[in-house]
Design a protein around this ligand. Structure first.
Ligand code: DGL
Length: 274
């Protein structure tokens, strides 16, 4: 007989907290264990192998804490590590656990984001290079026109709490211009990195008001609710005491200070070592 455990939520740093806050709001009854790999963030410019190695270590850590289900609340990890975890590692070593990402739930709904059928995607270098969004969207909605833009400076701005300061304007404007230049008729922009919702006030200053900004938190939360309804065998292994715990691979004090910007309320983290 298995023991019930929390739902694991993983990100390279703080970004996954923007997903977790929506998940917790929609499904408050479950227990959640967040792990931010702040000591090794950002993942965005790292190789496939490195992103896989770091992500898989963190997922196994969450398994060891009793999680039967882990959400990779990180696009870079979802793009570069999820497939190997699902296809190679889980069947061999953890056939009774599940790991889900954020790209599939987002791309399944891509047609609802844009009225004109022209979608812009802002993401890390790694997510853009993986081609994951382009491949998935072209499978589901082959007539959508999709344009991507890598934003390598956005995660460092957010992780360093400089995202609303005057220094952020240059890089926010630069990447938006590069995206819009590719297709001036874009009418929706998907923020395909879980850090980016924090930049929304700045982004809005540099795009026309008719352009919709899409964040993934509510999408991932709704998709998780559907998943748990369709998979009672997994839902039954997730404990329901309304508990939330937060782990970081770097300073717990710093995490606790910064995290409320992402999570929307104060929290206390604990440091762990991989
Ligand atoms: N938050 C992660 C994502 O959604 C990226 C952060 C990073 O570069 O580490 O892609």
């Amino acid at each position: 007989m298995f023991q019930k455990g929390p739902i694991g939520i993983f990100d390279s740093g703080y970004g996954g907290l923007t997903v977790m806050r929506e998940v917790v709001q929609l499904l408050p009854e479950y227990d959640y264990l967040y792990l931010g790999d702040n000591a090794r963030t950002p993942y965005g410019n790292r190789s496939f192998e490195t992103v896989f190695t770091y992500t898989w270590q963190c997922v196994q850590y969450l398994f060891a804490q009793g999680c039967a289900l882990v959400i990779l609340a990180c696009n870079t990890a979802s793009a570069k590590a999820l497939r190997t975890i699902q296809q190679r590692e889980l069947p061999q070593r953890f056939p009774d656990r599940k790991v889900l990402g954020v790209i599939r739930p987002t791309t399944e709904r891509a047609h609802t984001f844009t009225r004109k059928g022209v979608l812009g995607i802002m993401a890390t270098q790694g997510t853009v290079q993986s081609g994951s969004y382009m491949i998935e969207i072209s499978k589901f909605f082959p007539t959508l026109r999709v344009y991507q833009q890598a934003c390598p400076m956005w995660v460092p701005l957010v992780e360093n709490n400089e995202h609303l300061g005057p220094g952020a304007d240059y890089f926010v404007q630069k990447y938006l211009q590069q995206l819009i230049q590719q297709a001036p008729d874009i009418d929706a922009i998907l923020l395909a990195c879980t850090h980016y919702p924090l930049l929304i006030p700045k982004i809005k200053q540099y795009i026309p008001s008719h352009v919709q900004l899409i964040s993934q938190g509510p999408i991932v939360a709704a998709s998780l609710r559907d998943y748990l309804q369709r998979h009672p065998e997994i839902a039954n292994r997730c404990s329901q005491n309304g508990k939330r715990e937060f782990l970081t691979t770097d300073s717990a004090e710093q995490f606790s200070q910064q995290a409320s910007i992402f999570y929307g309320e104060a929290l206390q983290a604990v440091q762990v070592h991989m």
